[in-house]
Design a protein around this ligand. Structure first.
Ligand SMILES: Cc1cc2nc3c(=O)[nH]c(=O)nc-3n(C[C@H](O)[C@H](O)[C@H](O)COP(=O)(O)OP(=O)(O)OC[C@H]3O[C@@H](n4cnc5c(N)ncnc54)[C@H](O)[C@@H]3O)c2cc1C
Length: 381
């Protein structure tokens, strides 16, 4: 039976897409979208790119009137601390017949106090604060050469900052893209002016008498002076509303959790992928949007499991990187092209492609998708 009311916790991409899809599919019951941030749903990927560069100010996903026109109740600036599963309530006025947890992820923090001037980047408020610190004369140290760290490094250089990036891995993005592609990227970062310190960790931040960061001490014993720092060591799913471990909230392919009437989607969800016969949690825009639509349909009794081929992009150092497919492990990587434009194919032990990374080759994405689907392994994975 279709529920009469849906409460969605988390007004990010997944939460808002779920609300929109409910209405687009004709749902006439109550829809409440609750978010702890004071801002209406917005685009997060721009925070490390155009928004940080000052090239884009408007980040909202929809025009302000969009929500009221669709009778989607937007409750902003309200953090849900807990949910009462017995009485089906997320707080006063937030009783539900279906609950969607779309709480996303949070920037991972270091397990100690950090001085002023040390940032993380997840929200538009974080990005605005970091933007204030960048510009000619700024000296930025970034801890972590993942996607967010690399994108911020790229943007900060454009803004005229001096940038040092440190990472304990041998090359940037080694775990996700492998040493060969990571090596190519490392060369590019250095050629563009990044002081990249590989296999180097953070020992401690040095601050002045006012408690403001002035330098970063590294595990190799050296000290890098800085005016600001970014800790970009990954994100953790915001799972605290239900019992779940740091791997995310387990769901089926339609976003149903083990609790009747409770769904999860987006970065917080660890969703079953029929094509690869396992649960997968990803932090990608496209998956968050697709899972959210699938959850909305499941709530309405219209089964449409989400099992699309994973896809994400990243813009850094003049490269548009586009990754298609699902390879957590691979036997070999084949790279064709040069550092300005290349395709890297991730192959299994029998030479079949599991995933591909394209650099500045947007027109090849569709063909690569077909190739991966044709290989059977990643069929709609
Ligand atoms: C800087 C940056 C750059 C990125 N770039 C890319 C990119 O180039 N390509 C790509 O594919 N992906 C990118 N991503 C990832 C992409 O933005 C995420 O996958 C996507 O935003 C996930 O959407 P979501 O709705 O699941 O979570 P979020 O966008 O994190 O939204 C969750 C919302 O829930 C709120 N919330 C959490 N807990 C509660 C609570 N208890 N009560 C109320 N509200 C709560 C949070 O405040 C947040 O607003 C980037 C992410 C970041 C941070």
């Amino acid at each position: 039976m279709t529920p009469a009311s849906v409460v969605i916790v988390g007004a990010g991409l997944a939460g808002s897409r779920c609300a929109e899809t409910l209405r687009a599919e004709g749902f006439e019951g109550r829809v409440v979208l609750v978010g702890e941030e004071p801002t209406p749903p917005y685009e997060r990927p721009t925070l490390s790119k155009e928004f940080l560069a000052g090239e884009r100010e408007k980040v909202e996903l929809r025009e302000p009137e969009f929500w009221a026109e669709r009778e989607i109740e937007l409750v902003l600036g309200r953090r849900i601390e807990s949910v009462d599963l017995l009485h089906r309530s997320a707080g006063d006025g937030l009783e539900w017949e279906a609950l969607v947890i779309a709480t996303g992820a949070r920037a991972r923090r270091l397990p100690f106090d950090v001085p002023a001037g040390v940032h993380t980047l997840r929200t538009v408020a974080d990005a605005a604060a970091l933007r204030e610190e960048l510009g000619p004369g700024a000296r930025l140290v970034i801890v972590g050469a993942g996607f967010v760290g690399a994108e911020v490094a790229s943007t900060a250089l454009k803004l005229g900052a001096e940038v040092t990036v440190l990472d304990i891995a041998r090359v940037p993005l080694e775990r996700v893209l492998g040493p060969e592609v990571g090596g190519l990227l490392a060369e590019r970062y250095r050629a563009r002016g990044v002081d990249l310190r590989a296999e180097t960790g953070l020992a401690r931040f040095v601050d002045d008498a006012g408690g403001r960061v002035t330098a970063v001490e590294l595990t190799d014993g050296t000290t890098v002076p800085c005016s600001t720092a970014l800790v970009a060591v990954g994100a953790e799913p915001a799972v605290e509303l239900v019992e779940a471990d740091r791997g995310g909230i387990p769901t089926d392919a339609c976003g149903r959790t083990a609790i009747p009437g409770v769904y999860a989607c987006g970065d917080v969800a660890s969703a079953w992928r029929p094509s690869v016969s396992r649960r997968v949690r990803v932090e990608h825009w496209t998956s968050a949007a697709g899972q959210a639509a699938s959850v909305a349909r499941a709530i309405l009794g219209r089964e449409q499991p989400y099992d699309d081929l994973p896809y994400f992009w990243s813009d850094q150092f003049g490269l548009r990187l586009q990754h298609v497919g699902h390879a957590e492990e691979w036997a070999a990587v084949e790279i064709e092209g040069d550092s300005d434009s290349f395709t890297a194919r991730y192959l299994d032990g029998e030479g079949r492609p599991l995933a591909a990374l394209l650099a500045n080759r947007p027109r090849e994405v569709a063909a690569v998708r077909r190739e991966l689907a044709g290989a059977g392994l990643a069929e709609a994975a």
